[in-house]
Design a protein around this ligand. Sequence first.
Ligand code: C5P
Length: 226
Amino acid sequence: MKTQLIVACDVDTLKEARKAIDRLAPRVKIFKIGSQLFTACGPEVVRYVQRRGARVFLDLKFHDIPNTVAKAAAAATRLGVFMMTLHAGGGPEMLRAAREAAGEAAKANKIKRPLLVAVTVLTSQTCPDVQARVLALARSASGSGVDGVVASVEECALIKQSLGPEFLVVTPGIRPAGASVDDQKRIATPAQARQAGSDFIVVGRPIIAAPDPAAAARAVLKEIKA
Ligand code: C5P
């Protein structure tokens, strides 16, 4: 099983994003664009990543009434993103509506449907019954036709065991040994994520804020391929 690296391009401006993307592509093949960067510069940064030959993980964590989320998922699909997030807590009706709308938009535009992954419990949060909560949300998401979930490495093996190897698990909260923990709580190293069966690891600050982002990315890639 292969674990792929997604770099979270959490910067404030298009200029900074371009600099980071230019340094990291083509070695890094998937960039995550989240609310910080997308709010600042919108679809332009999505197109920039695509022009550099990389794929976009649009992480806007949609959570609203089913109709609104469905329209947002269709709009994200038309941008040609590779993967997008929505909140599992939005419920099965919301998840199903998004999946359907993304499918229809992809068909109408003759493009591939993006992968839809549902956020379970944020890796910056913790609670006593976190594993049970993550698993319940993952079950509901899987039953609603989405492609996978975002969860911490701690729940990854359990999700794979319960929902099967095809159900994708995207794991943020990744910290190479010795890196700063920042606001993350449920963290793991890239190698631990690979061992747990994570399909995609999301790494932000340990690469983006490193003195040499390209070297930091190389080290993480080496760890998930070893
Ligand atoms: O800098 P760091 O590696 O902590 O960045 C993690 C990225 O993953 C951030 O962009 C954050 O929004 C995102 N994320 C997360 N936990 C989730 C879902 C997404 O940390 N459950």
